[in-house]
Ligand binder design. Structure first.
Ligand SMILES: Nc1nc2c(c(=O)[nH]1)N[C@H]1C(S)=C(S)[C@@H](COP(=O)(O)O)O[C@H]1N2
Ligand SMILES: [Mo]
Length: 313
């Protein structure tokens, strides 16, 4: 069986209906291409890990116990590499992360290309231990290595008219088997309102557990927006675009009634097909209560005063 699900999540709940159907279509097509060989044959040797040296731990860190490196790097959503939680760890090592550039365009002083090395010099790296809550009702605690997204945005020199920022991620059919198939609308596209992007909790992550980000977690750079569902945290970013209007994101296209633009963690707004009131922390048996804004309400609720969070989910 290619498709496996965690035992407490019926398959039809994991993905929006449209995605579920496209996944069946994918399986059908993958079958024609050789099925398991297509996904399984791509597993590469584990990459050498490089450390960042001693890091300051940000006071924004949670004091909850981080999940193990094993959990964080083998239970992933990175659909470009496959629909199962263990596909990214097996397949993503094929992605080349050097050289890597990020295209900056839209409402900016002038369009530019930033190299990864330049980006890494923008700000000191620090450790940020954050909760990550997936829309599928599981969560984990991750010791990220990163820096505030604001520092990268400042380097992009957006115009005052920019109200939203859009992120596009790598869609390379040579190394990502799924982008040949219409499982999602590739390239994976996400967006933030400018004030969300500039918020001090929002980071660019380039590592975890003190080491360079494993490919399956979004190497070489990804967003982490801890008060939003995990899908807002786009992996392997190659393009940043500033705009006056918000984009229709990949997940909004996949399930318009299921995934909103804001996607703030909200235990009171049910996903149409399951409750968001509780979550299973990876490695734990009993479910815990999901907190508004994933427990970051004190810091971020103020961004949404006057916004009906049931309507703008
Ligand atoms: N490019 C890309 N980014 C992505 C995804 C994806 O499929 N593709 N999945 C998202 C989802 S649904 C989640 S929950 C998080 C998971 O991050 P992690 O695997 O590092 O825990 O990545 C997000 N970023
Ligand atoms: Mo997710």
């Amino acid at each position: 069986m290619l498709i496996r699900h965690p035992p407490d999540l019926p398959g039809s709940e994991i993905t929006p209906q449209g995605l579920y159907l496209r996944r069946r279509q994918f399986l059908h097509q993958a079958g024609a291409l050789g099925g398991a060989a297509l996904l399984g044959g791509l597993a590469g040797p584990a990459r050498a890990q490089a450390g960042f040296g001693p890091l300051v731990k940000s006071p924004t860190s949670t004091d909850e116990k981080p999940n193990t490196r094993q959990d964080i790097t083998t239970y992933n959503n990175f659909y470009e590499f496959g629909p199962n939680k263990d596909d990214p760890a097996r397949v993503a090592s094929r992605m080349k992360t050097r050289p890597w550039t990020v295209q900056v365009e839209g409402l900016v002083k002038k369009p530019l290309t930033l190299g990864l090395e330049e980006i890494l010099k923008l700000a000191p790296l620090e450790e940020r231990i954050y909760r990550l809550r997936c829309v599928e009702a599981w969560s984990m605690v991750v010791p990220w290595v990163g820096f505030p997204l604001k520092r990268l945005i400042d380097a992009c020199a957006p115009l005052g008219s920019a109200k939203f920022v859009e992120f596009q991620t790598l869609a390379d059919p040579e190394v990502m088997p799924l982008v040949r198939l219409p499982l999602l609308d590739w390239p994976y596209t996400e967006g933030l309102r400018m004030d969300e992007a500039l918020h001090p909790l929002t980071i660019v992550a380039v590592g975890l557990y003190g080491e360079v980000l494993p490919h399956q977690n979004g190497a070489p750079l990804r967003l982490v927006v801890p008060w939003k569902y995990g899908f807002k945290s786009a992996k392997s970013i190659v393009r940043i675009r500033f705009a006056e209007q918000s984009v229709t994101t990949t997940w909004m296209k996949a399930g318009p009634g299921e995934y909103g633009y804001f996607a703030n963690v909200n235990p009171e707004v049910e996903h149409p097909r399951w409750s968001q009131a509780r979550e299973r922390r990876l490695g734990e048996f009993l479910k815990r209560k999901t907190l508004p804004f994933n427990g970051y309400a004190d810091q971020v609720a103020g961004l949404y005063t006057g916004l009906d969070l049931r309507r703008w989910f």
